[in-house]
Design a protein around this ligand. Sequence first.
Ligand code: FAD
Ligand code: NDP
Length: 593
Amino acid sequence: MPPIKDLNALIQNYIKLNKVMVFSKSYCPFCTKVKDLFKSLNVEYKSFELDKEENTDDLQNTLLQISGQKTVPNVYINGNHLGGCDSTLKAHSDGQLLKMINTTTKKYDYDLIVVGGGSGGLAAAKEASNFGKKVALLDFVKPSPQGTQWGLGGTCVNVGCIPKKLMHRAAILGEEFSDAKSFGWDVNTEVKHNWETMTAAIQDHIGSLNWGYRVQLREKSVNYINGYGEFIEPHTLKVTKKNNKVEEISGETFLIATGERPRYPDIPGAKEYCITSDDLFSLPYCPGRTLCIGASYVSLECAGFLAGLGLDVTVMVRSILLRGFDQQIAEYIGQYMQSKNVFFHRGVVPVKIEKLEDGNPGKYKVTGKNTSTGDIVEEEFNTILIAMGRDPCTAGIGLEKIGVKLEKNGKVICNDEDQTNIPHIYAIGDIAKGRPELTPVAIQAGRLLVNRLYNNSKTLCDYINVATTVFTPIEYGAIGYSEEAAIDKYGADNIEVYHSNFMPLEWTVPHREENVCYAKLVCLKTEKERVVGFHVLGPNAGEITQGYSIAMRKGATKEDFDMTIGIHPTCSEIFTTLNITKSSGEDTAVAGC
Ligand code: FAD
Ligand code: NDP
């Protein structure tokens, strides 16, 4: 039997979600009288038959706490308690009943206003409309300092996952051309890449996605407003449209899902001459010799596909590669990228950028400083891509004015239910503090939140053990703890690491590099070797990792992995046969498949 606290929420939700709510018992003649009255008046009502539930007494006691009335029928109109059968009939004979039902105008323009039409906002708005809610979704893209703008769908669709993965694919195809020769394909014509053709094709696809989102919102009767939202009161937004027209809209509940934008360093020339991932995917010309500043997901992925397309690429690294990821694997990625002609400036930060020549691309001088020696590095590039992190879009949208608590870095502080300190305002996706900044996380959080708000659900978004993949030239899939984070949390004595190199069969015939692909399981000895860290470095790591994330959610142990029969010949089967422990010091190199 659920605790009383839950019954309270259940009853409150019934009251909140239904204009006319009758708590009733199916055999009670007074309840029937009231329901018949509503039927005769053609009034839509919701009844909750308490006698059909297992915990009728608890429900009645809860109703007593909420309304001061234990008996049925117990009638609510527009959230206000009317009373039992006598009160309802009296209200009718006094001519008040229909007035109460019909003249109580809705207090707000919308049940739910979603600010931000990216991964999280779109998912939440569409889901809310499925529950009959009146929903508005605002989306507005401020142009980047270089003037780049895009359509509905947010970061992932326009300037993130989608164009990034397609450009990664373009780069992988280049490698596959040379593999193809070994398999007998005659590819003797000169293989060249055309940036403009690739970019146009990818932007066409993105255009179709933008359009698709607009159609979906229309079909679901979500009011899409291409405007910038700013709170002026806790329930009211000022909306500024493209033509500078301003309107005000009010909502009962708000969801903030405004995402993040690239952070620029405060150095001369950064905003004037550099681009970010916001600009790269629609750049109308080939970027040429490129410097990527930063050493995390965005920088390494972009550096990887640009080098794969044949460009001369350098990465400027302040400290380590891929902070937060398993550092052994991060270093393997660095070595692999170096072998694919990506140059790394380690321990260097940018100091200034100067323009040398105009053009598409132009030419720029970058001055960097070694963080330990203070030495100055100067180099010329055609394009400088800044990928030094992203800032949440929470400044200047009135959150402070209405008292929503933010972290120093602008992230919104939420409880486990994605609710801010202002009860009718929620936040999901990249702007929410402590959540993985990934598209599927934002989508899942949005859907689950709406189900909690409008469908009596209690399910919270599980932000632990979220699988992710870094789409560098050799892909890296990870779930759970890195080796060093596991040691930090559980102590080195409690951790066993199983690992091995592996060779994809398809790499053997073209004689690709041996012992660059790698698999690692980090296991917790004190819990029957439960796997707390999964890491794979190799082709299609994203595809491999997804399935294992279910096993990790279910608490799979090393024995579960061992007892699973592999699929041969695949890369993924390596995880069913890992038998070298790191503590043994045995060599993990493999020769051939
Ligand atoms: P967003 O998708 O950023 O959407 C927010 C929207 O709100 C934007 O359209 C914004 O313009 C709008 N907005 C902001 N302020 C206002 C306002 N005041 N009024 C109206 N509208 C406003 N994740 C993955 O899972 N896999 C990947 O491979 C991956 N690759 C990535 C590659 C790059 C280069 C980048 C930058 C990110 C990548 N991500 C990836 C992360 C992913 O894109 C984000 O986690 C995801 O888009 C976050 O969704 P969101 O709904 O929080 O915000
Ligand atoms: P991150 O915040 O992850 O990394 C920022 C990088 O910039 C770090 O390498 C950091 O170095 C460096 N940096 C920061 N400040 C400076 C400075 N002043 N000088 C020099 N270097 C600096 O940001 P990203 O933009 O790469 O990624 C943002 C998020 O987007 C990710 O966390 C991820 O969740 C998401 N994303 C997901 C992808 C995927 O799923 N495949 C792909 C791309 C993005 P240091 O380590 O020294 O601090």
